[in-house]
Design a protein around this ligand. Structure first.
Ligand SMILES: [Fe+2]
Length: 240
């Protein structure tokens, strides 16, 4: 089975279209979205619709839940809060119903999906260090955990000692656990403005974390036209 995985689209239609264009050419069997479909970008409804049409496995991100009042936004920064309030006004009932129905964790026979962490996923903590990773490895009942949330692609490997690294292509070894952050489609934060996503082949156990250029200027223009903060547009051009 070949999976196309993407995360943290954040209402960036231009980036999502570019990623789906590549994944379609790669002939994937199934799609997986690791949450945060909306928030930050100016095309929340269009992104929800496009993702729905793929009939993927989708889990909830903090922004998805925030848009439908399922999580507290008092800890959101000023810009994130501003966009969530704007997004709440854009969404229609069918969008709210879709976001409300998303679950925090999804278990497949061979791997597990969560937006933030397995340890109290509703707290939206981050896996930044090997210490964070080890706590999650203890709770992981499969060998692979795919995550998003930080917008920075990285791989944690349970080894002696636990280590982390980034490689575009990784073959997972049998009997070893991994946590794979596949980066963000719509708001990368690793200094590379190109949209990040992944392809996973369950037979070969090979993951490829890929990047694709998209119409950043178009996404920035829509943010400006929606009257949202200039900072949100500017950071897209920098991958910050
Ligand atoms: Fe996010």
């Amino acid at each position: 089975m070949r999976y196309g995985l993407f995360s943290d689209v954040h209402g960036n239609l231009e980036a999502l279209q570019a990623v789906l264009g590549v994944l379609k050419r790669e002939d994937v069997d199934n799609y997986i979205c690791l949450g945060d479909i909306i928030g930050y970008g100016a095309s929340p409804r269009e992104c929800i619709k496009l993702i729905k049409d793929l009939n993927p496995i989708v889990i909830a991100g903090n922004h998805d839940y925030a848009a439908v009042h399922l999580t507290d936004i008092s800890y959101f920064n000023t810009y994130a809060k501003e966009v969530i309030l704007w997004t709440q006004n854009q969404l229609q009932d069918e969008d709210r119903e879709y976001l409300t129905g998303l679950k925090l964790v999804h278990n497949l026979p061979d791997f597990t999906l969560v937006h933030a962490t397995l340890r109290r996923p509703e707290k939206w903590n981050y896996i930044f260090s090997t210490y964070d990773a080890q706590q999650n490895f203890q709770m992981l009942t499969t060998s692979l955990l795919f995550i998003g949330h930080s917008h920075v692609p990285i791989i944690f490997e349970e080894n002696t000692p636990c280590r982390y690294y980034f490689k575009e292509t990784v073959k997972f070894e049998e009997g070893r656990k991994y946590i794979i952050n596949i980066g963000s489609v719509g708001q990368p934060r690793d200094g590379d403005p190109r949209a990040s996503f992944a392809l996973y082949d369950t037979e070969s156990r090979i993951i490829q974390i890929k990047r694709v250029e998209y119409d950043v200027t178009g996404a920035m223009r829509k943010i400006a036209e929606a009257g949202l903060s200039k900072v949100l547009a500017w950071r897209l051009s920098r991958g910050e």
